[in-house]
Write a protein that binds this ligand. Structure first.
Ligand SMILES: [Zn+2]
Length: 141
């Protein structure tokens, strides 16, 4: 799994996970990588090295204090709250439910929940559409 920092044509910055660098290239080429703020599919890698799934003591790129960053965080929080309020929580059944919806075994609906990195890799491999729920640093305080 590789985490990329991406930015869209409107300069929104966001993070997304991909199975591999080539998986990102392939999905970006198909236009299925979209901005969580404005839904633009014109995205590109932000000028930042990809962080390969967390290792201890690995450095991460950070920034603080820019007014647009503060604004983006507010939007991310609002988006997260909206998603949580308007979708069904399925807990650790996320991968199972997302696959059932994808395979049209159940009626289409919006869901959120948790999945392991293995399950995430499986969903990406099967071309099932999902995104990380916006995660806000201050929630870890
Ligand atoms: Zn955007």
């Amino acid at each position: 799994m590789i985490q990329y920092s991406l930015s869209c044509e409107n300069d929104h910055k966001f993070e997304a996970w991909f199975k591999s660098a080539s998986a990102y290239d392939e999905q970006a080429a198909r236009g299925v990588v979209t901005c969580p703020i404005c839904s633009s599919s014109h995205v590109s890698k932000a000028l930042m090295a990809p962080a390969i799934a967390r290792k201890d003591n690995q450095k991460v790129a950070l920034s603080a204090g820019h007014p647009e960053q503060v604004e983006l965080r507010k939007k991310m929080r609002a988006l997260r709250e909206k998603i949580v309020a308007e979708t069904d929580y399925v807990g650790d059944q996320f991968a199972t439910e997302a696959r059932k919806i994808h395979d049209q075994e159940v009626e289409a609906r919006a869901i959120y929940g948790e999945a392991t990195t293995d399950e995430v890799a499986g969903l990406i491999e099967d071309g099932i559409d999902f995104m990380p729920l916006p995660n806000l640093p201050e929630e870890h305080n």
